[in-house]
Design a protein around this ligand. Structure first.
Ligand code: FEO
Length: 409
């Protein structure tokens, strides 16, 4: 890797992007990254030259080459580690070895995490929440944002450029040759930002809300928000902040997600009948056969859905493993304020519906009506029962959501 090939990209008067683009990654701890991702790192050209975050271990050379296109890496005085997860620190020990910075800064929890990952206890200078750091001609404030995304997380604000290095917050998994959000199709940004929030930050929503309050409490302008994944927000950055406030509030709409698998088509037929009932009752129905829907796409649909209905055939006295997978994943994301129900076909014992109901109970989902179990193949009467379940869920959604459509005549 040579500096002639990999170039830094100017972000603001004093800041360059020196990260890496991962066009290949399709799985990020269980989250399907269909559009790849970036690991963003930033170089501040101040009297004390400072690197903010590093990249995944396998992209070490790309990072160093981009830095070298601006300054010799050995000229770096400080490294700030905003977040200890290895997509941002995997090559930190190597970079420290190559650069030999005067200081490496992290939060107290960050120092602990870096020690536990890499055994680098003595190399880290800890900073307090809200601590100011002078780079000579430029000034930083470092603010802890615990649990956004890990206990160690913090953000760094560069006052002179009104730039917030926000680490995981306000990011998305999106590989692109463009570095700025205003250069990318808004639809793609909306989808990927929502998917990132739903799959990474949803269970930490109360911490996100606190972080947003803390950011506003700083009383400083954010002309540029530079996250550790995806594009940099330099215009309309308020839009992503508003989206985060909305998502953190877990506002529910009248959308119902119906997730199911099927053995010989019976549970699928039940799902379609439930979908008809939902629509007839004024809800928006999103059917997601799990064989063709990734768990992380289900989670994304659940970001604003008000209802979750889950269907599975019984196999070997329990639910299908595909449903156990998605329910385990959704349960971990801790969505709040849902209504829903369970359904499925069976041949002998029919435990799947009970197993689904148990997951929904653990998720504090308000169960609407009775679970629907059908032996072998649903007949016309059974399909009407399914349709009625859909109508009842739609009715309940109408009571708890504000955006109900008019029922069909
Ligand atoms: Fe991008 Fe929590 O790491």
């Amino acid at each position: 890797m040579v500096k002639e090939t990999f170039k830094a990209v100017k972000v603001s008067e004093h800041v360059y992007w020196v990260g890496a683009i991962d066009w290949a990654v399709r799985d990020f701890h269980g989250y399907s990254t269909n559009r790849g991702t970036t690991y963003n790192a930033y170089l501040i050209l101040a009297d004390k030259i400072t690197l903010v975050d590093t990249v995944k271990a396998s992209f070490r050379n790309e990072l160093l080459a981009r830095i070298a296109s601006i300054v010799k890496p050995e000229k770096i005085d400080y490294i700030i580690s905003n977040h200890a997860e290895m997509d941002h620190t995997g090559c930190l020990p190597d970079v420290i070895e190559a650069v030999k910075p005067a200081k490496v800064f992290a939060s107290a929890m960050g120092a602990k995490a870096l020690a536990e990952h890499f055994g680098m206890d003595s190399q880290i200078t800890t900073v307090k929440d809200g601590e100011k750091l002078s780079l000579g001609n430029l000034n930083l404030t470092l603010v802890e944002t615990r649990m956004c995304h890990w206990p160690d997380s913090m953000v760094t604000y560069l006052h002179e450029d009104e730039l917030l290095f926000s680490q995981d917050a306000f990011g998305m998994h999106l590989a692109s040759s463009e570095r700025f959000a205003d250069e990318i199709d808004e639809t793609v940004l909306d989808v990927e930002a929502a998917k990132y929030y739903a799959n990474i930050l949803l269970p930490l929503s109360s911490f996100v809300a606190k972080t947003l309050d803390k950011a506003v409490g700083l009383g400083v302008p954010f002309s540029i928000i530079a996250p550790d994944h995806g594009p940099i927000w330099r215009k309309e950055s308020g839009g992503i902040i508003e989206s985060y406030a909305r998502w953190a509030g877990q506002k529910r709409t009248n959308k119902a997600v119906v997730v199911y698998d099927t053995m010989w088509g019976s549970t699928a037929a039940m799902a379609r009948a439930i979908g008809e009932g939902l629509t007839a009752g004024g809800a928006s129905a999103k059917l997601m056969p799990i064989g063709s829907s990734h768990r992380s796409d289900v989670a994304t649909e659940m970001l604003d859905a008000g209802a979750l209905l889950v269907g599975s055939p019984t196999m070997n006295n329990t639910l299908f493993p595909t449903l156990a997978d998605v329910l385990t994943y959704l349960k971990g994301l801790k969505p709040k304020g849902l209504v829903g129900g369970a359904f499925g076909s069976f041949g002998w014992s029919g435990e799947a519906v009970k197993d689904i109901a148990s997951y929904l109970k653990d998720m504090d989902v308000e169960i609407v009506g009775e679970a629907v179990r059908v032996k072998y193949v649903p007949d016309a009467a059974a399909l009407l029962v399914c349709r009625r379940l859909g109508e009842m869920v739609a009715e309940r959604l109408g009571e708890i959501c504000d955006d109900r459509q008019q029922p069909e005549p």
